[in-house]
Ligand binder design. Structure first.
Ligand code: SF4
Ligand code: SF4
Length: 131
């Protein structure tokens, strides 16, 4: 599947809240699939990905806040030592994101401007199968 880099964070902090019912239902399915199949191969996308597809903020093939989300994508990829087009198992990419972002001050730096930050700060990353 294709994911933009900052969604490596959002998926792990997801607690059932989303932009609308369709987006939340879709994200719930993706999150559950990745929790149960951490070996799923994920390619880092530039632009809209397999989560954006159901988002009310998607306009065609772009996000309606492109500068903000592109900045976050670049910052997450850089912190994790990743680049667009890189492909790896979800369990490896999500571990990198935990170690390089959630466990460092990069989390505050990257996510503080996000509307969900207070919730994400309070949310523990759940048990990850295989670790
Ligand atoms: S604060 Fe925003 S960008 Fe960061 S993990 Fe949460 S939802 Fe994603
Ligand atoms: S379209 Fe924009 S706001 Fe919606 S999930 Fe994608 S990056 Fe996030």
């Amino acid at each position: 599947m294709n994911l933009r880099p900052h969604h490596l964070l959002c998926i792990q902090k997801f607690t059932g809240h989303g932009y609308d019912a369709a987006f939340t239902a879709h994200m719930t399915r993706v999150v559950e699939m990745l929790r149960h199949s951490p070996e799923t191969q994920v390619t880092l996308a530039t632009g809209c990905d397999d989560l954006c597809v159901q988002c009310p903020h998607r306009q065609g093939s772009a996000c309606d806040t492109p500068d903000k989300v592109t900045r976050m994508d670049r910052a997450v990829a850089e912190a994790c030592g990743l680049a667009p087009g890189d492909t790896a198992a979800w369990q490896d990419l999500s571990r990198k994101a935990r170690e390089a972002v959630f466990a460092t001050d990069a989390f505050q730096r990257i996510c503080a401007s996000c509307a969900w930050f207070d919730l994400c700060k309070r949310t523990e990353v759940p048990y990850v199968r295989g670790e």
